[in-house]
Design a protein around this ligand. Structure first.
Ligand SMILES: Cc1cc2nc3c(=O)[nH]c(=O)nc-3n(C[C@H](O)[C@H](O)[C@H](O)COP(=O)(O)OP(=O)(O)OC[C@H]3O[C@@H](n4cnc5c(N)ncnc54)[C@H](O)[C@@H]3O)c2cc1C
Ligand SMILES: *[C@@H]1O[C@H](CO)[C@@H](O)[C@H](O)[C@H]1NC(C)=O
Ligand SMILES: *[C@@H]1O[C@H](CO)[C@@H](O)[C@H](O)[C@H]1NC(C)=O
Length: 332
């Protein structure tokens, strides 16, 4: 067995929980810092939304999870369990192959109980600074705000960054958008369709959230225009079973006339622009003097999208490659 190391894991979402379990199995001494009072990260549904619906006000209080109330998993159960702890159907649970989000949080809580991970976690402890101390593989000073709101610092030999990557919005920026003074929202701040009653909504982004949310808003809204970047999606101009959901490609936003113009020449007087344009990486606590940088959602340089070569195995980033399915990528 390798030398036992004192390791700090930042975040008790899926990535942090798996990391904590695996590190302890190898004989390391693990502390997990979690800023909230619960495990599960993204999977802890939070009915609150941020004060700024597009999350750019620096003074807003940040809400971590981007889940909306009706969300079901978009991967089948088989791809969301762990190799030795599958996401099986529970007694009296949601038996669907793509269950509701609550079911996955229950599964994560079972995982934590089963492998006795809770004892490793310091809840209500937000990491605010991670900085190198010493030379060679040296160590890391981790500064955090403790339960009573005071700042404390502790030295670790390794730091694993598992703070999640789906909280800080990327906004769509079609021509004219900078002048648009009307309503906007990003999917991070979407929970239920009711507020869109009788509205004309222009949704930008046809990824999983864009498609899913458009169909849901269409149950309340007067019209939903889903703007896709891929010309192929626009070939189906109306989505089956949703007469008021129109698929098109946005050309520009005209603030003066209060309309959005589409590539096919049509236009619409809309009430709100809805960004479904994903999230950006953010490591506000990390101070590496430019040795690891984040540029347009690329963190680098990293070995295998995990380890920063400059720091050997002492600094790692978990769950960065999102296209493979985060959980699947972590454990397989
Ligand atoms: C709408 C939506 C739907 C999704 N659906 C699926 C799906 O169906 N299937 C699937 O496999 N994946 C899905 N995902 C991907 C999802 O990101 C992963 O399932 C998984 O939750 C990622 O886990 P994580 O541990 O990397 O991050 P998170 O779950 O975000 O956890 C990060 C944790 O770190 C904590 N934290 C953050 N900063 C600090 C700090 N400074 N100090 C201390 N703690 C901190 C947070 O409080 C949080 O608990 C979805 C994502 C979204 C946004
Ligand atoms: C938080 O840190 C302060 C200052 O170091 C300390 O006095 C206090 O006991 C700590 N609180 C907890 C809950 O650890
Ligand atoms: C769009 O459709 C054409 C013809 O069916 C196909 O050749 C092309 O690969 C598709 N493009 C995308 C981005 O899916």
């Amino acid at each position: 067995m390798a030398k036992s190391v004192k390791a700090a894991v930042i975040g008790a979402g899926v990535a942090g929980l798996v990391a904590a379990r695996e590190l302890r199995k190898e004989g390391h001494k693990v502390t997990v810092f979690e800023k909230s009072s619960k495990i599960g990260g993204t999977w802890v549904y939070d009915p609150r939304i941020e004060s700024d619906p597009i999350s750019i006000d620096p003074n807003r209080e940040i809400v971590h999870s981007s889940l909306y109330l009706s969300l079901r998993t978009n991967l089948p159960r088989d791809l969301m369990g762990f190799s030795d702890y599958p996401f099986s159907v529970r007694e009296n649970g949601d038996p669907r192959n793509y269950p509701g989000h609550e079911e996955f949080l229950l599964f994560l809580n079972d995982f934590v109980r089963n492998f006795e991970i809770t004892e490793l976690i310091r809840f209500n402890s937000e990491v605010v600074g991670v900085e190198r101390v010493g030379s060679g593989y040296g160590g890391w000073s981790v500064e955090f705000k403790n339960k009573s709101g005071s700042f404390e610092t502790e030295i670790f030999e390794a730091v694993l960054i598992c703070n999640g990557h789906q909280t800080i919005p990327i906004l769509a920026n079609p021509p004219g958008m900078e002048k648009w003074k009307g309503k906007q929202i990003h999917s991070h701040n979407y929970r239920v369709p009711k507020p869109f009653l009788d509205q004309i909504v222009v949704v930008i982004g046809d990824g999983p959230s864009g498609m899913d949310i458009s169909k849901e808003i269409a149950t309340e809204a007067k019209e939903v225009h889903l703007s896709s970047r891929s010309p192929n999606t626009t070939k189906i101009s109306k989505l089956e079973g949703h007469d008021n959901l129109i698929i098109s490609q946005i050309e520009c936003v005209d603030d003066e006339r209060g309309i959005v113009l589409f590539k096919d020449g049509s236009s619409v007087h809309h009430n709100i622009i809805f960004h479904c344009t994903w999230y950006k990486f953010d490591f506000p606590f990390l101070r590496t003097n430019g040795i690891v940088t984040v540029d347009d959602n690329r963190v680098g340089p990293l070995y295998k999208h995990v380890f920063a070569p400059e720091f050997g195995p002492s600094l790692s980033f978990l769950a960065l490659p999102t296209r493979v399915g985060t959980i699947f990528g972590l454990v397989k």
